[in-house]
Design a protein around this ligand. Structure first.
Ligand SMILES: *Cc1c(COP(=O)(O)O)cnc(C)c1O
Length: 412
């Protein structure tokens, strides 16, 4: 089955109770049983069933199965937000004294989270680019996770997943990828060697900007060394699924960042059109990037532009599609603001992956709490505007940006 068909007809899509074509929304906290014995069995995992929505819920379960199947993983765990997914996944195996190696050009919230983790003795070594040579320098016996975004938001660096995963595995370290901006449509990163795949499903998976959520998919491929990851030792019997076994039975359920059934349902609605939306978004983004490149007064960054250093990797990994984010530099903060304020359609909002085109000035918003160095590493300058391209008619988006740029710089 091809991917677009899979979005509608794979095992986890389709028929639910009474032949319903979408899962019922089980908007409840708890599930009752006829006898105390039955509930005991459900709690002990000896009978199938649901007990309490923080631990599992049928609608959330349906969403987890969808993503797991689309990503080609073995198990998925849905969370209340992308950040809940990233923090639950990391805290599931890390403790005081452990180190993470991460790409510096990460989403601002993740950079902030790494600072929080430092207070618990978990240190992050940042590399400017996620290349083998740079990562190698930082690997020690303390390195427990290599973490990177497949397409950095908003730096737009692209990770060569195959080569990074090979390096990680040679050193018995799992590769965690944040695949939010790449989406499961552009890449199934498990096929390229990623071990744990995380999405902020608030973005392209939901697609309409109506629910905050996140999801962790376990490839089931990583061979955990239980001496190196002692917190997983009690789950040894699950073998390569020990990570998810601990997550579901311990870390994730105790942190409590579960997904609401209503939001799981909205994500399931959204994901059916993932391919259509991302296809259109990538077309629009490339058209916009091409047009902006020819427009005086701004500098554009988009990985699928032929002069971009990541162009060959974009061809190889994503079949030439560069994702939905384009950034531009307007010349100064004042010009960036004037340009944003002159836009007719693009909304000034802190989100990506919506159907509508959105813009933001990252330096004064998402990166407000970051240091100068962190901002520069993430490609965030005082004059940077991040555009999350929507599904409007390309001609209207292009016209909107070019008129705004002309307004700021005067017609040349
Ligand atoms: C938005 C985003 C997150 C955080 O997700 P939330 O759902 O907002 O918590 C993490 N990583 C990337 C790349 C993002 O774009």
């Amino acid at each position: 089955m091809e991917f677009c068909t899979k979005l509608l007809h794979d095992k986890s899509a389709g028929r639910f109770q009474n032949g319903a074509t979408l899962p019922p929304i089980s908007q409840v906290c708890a599930f009752s049983y006829e006898s105390a014995e039955e509930l005991e069995k459900v709690f002990a995992g000896k009978a199938a069933g649901f007990a309490y929505t923080r631990i599992s819920n049928p609608t959330v379960d349906a969403f987890e199965r969808r993503i797991c199947e689309l990503e080609g993983g073995r198990a998925a765990t849905a969370c209340s937000s992308g950040m809940a997914a990233i923090s639950s996944a990391l805290l599931n195996i890390l403790g005081t004294g452990d180190e993470i190696i991460a790409g510096a050009g990460l989403f601002g919230g993740t950079v902030d989270l790494f600072r929080n983790l430092k207070e618990y003795g978990i240190t992050t070594k940042f590399v400017t680019h996620m290349t083998i040579d740079e990562i190698k320098k930082h690997i020690t016996y303390k390195t427990k996770v290599i973490f990177g975004e497949i397409i950095g938001n908003p730096g737009l660096d692209v990770m060569d997943i195959r080569s990074v995963s090979e390096l990680a595995h040679e050193n018995n370290i799992p590769l965690f990828v944040d695949a939010t901006t790449a989406t499961p449509y552009l890449i199934r990163s498990i096929e390229y060697g990623a071990d744990i795949v995380i999405h902020s499903s608030s973005k392209y998976i939901n697609g309409n900007g109506n629910s905050i959520s996140g999801i962790i998919t376990d490839s089931g491929n990583f061979k955990w060394d239980f001496d190196k990851y002692p917190v997983l030792a009690p789950y040894k019997k699950y073998g390569r699924l020990a990570f998810t076994a601990r997550l579901k039975n311990d870390t994730w359920r105790n942190i409590g960042g579960c997904l609401s059934p209503m939001n799981a349902y909205l994500n399931l609605l959204g994901i059916e059109t993932l391919a259509l939306r991302v296809e259109r978004i990538c077309e629009n983004a490339l058209a916009l990037a091409n047009a902006l490149e020819k427009t005086n007064g701004v500098k554009v960054n988009y990985p699928a532009l032929p002069n971009n250093p990541y162009y060959p990797l974009v061809q190889k990994q994503f079949g030439g599609k560069g994702g939905g984010i384009v950034t531009l530099r307007a010349g100064s903060k004042e010009k960036a603001y004037a340009l944003m304020n002159a836009l007719k359609y693009a909304l000034n909002a802190t989100n990506i992956g919506d159907t509508k085109t959105l813009v933001i000035h990252p330096a004064s918003t998402i990166y407000l709490n970051s240091t100068e160095e962190q901002r520069i590493n993430a490609g965030v300058y005082d004059d940077t505007i991040r555009i999350s391209v929507g599904i409007e008619d390309a001609r209207d988006i292009i016209e909107d940006f070019t008129q705004a740029i002309e307004k700021v710089n005067g017609k040349e």
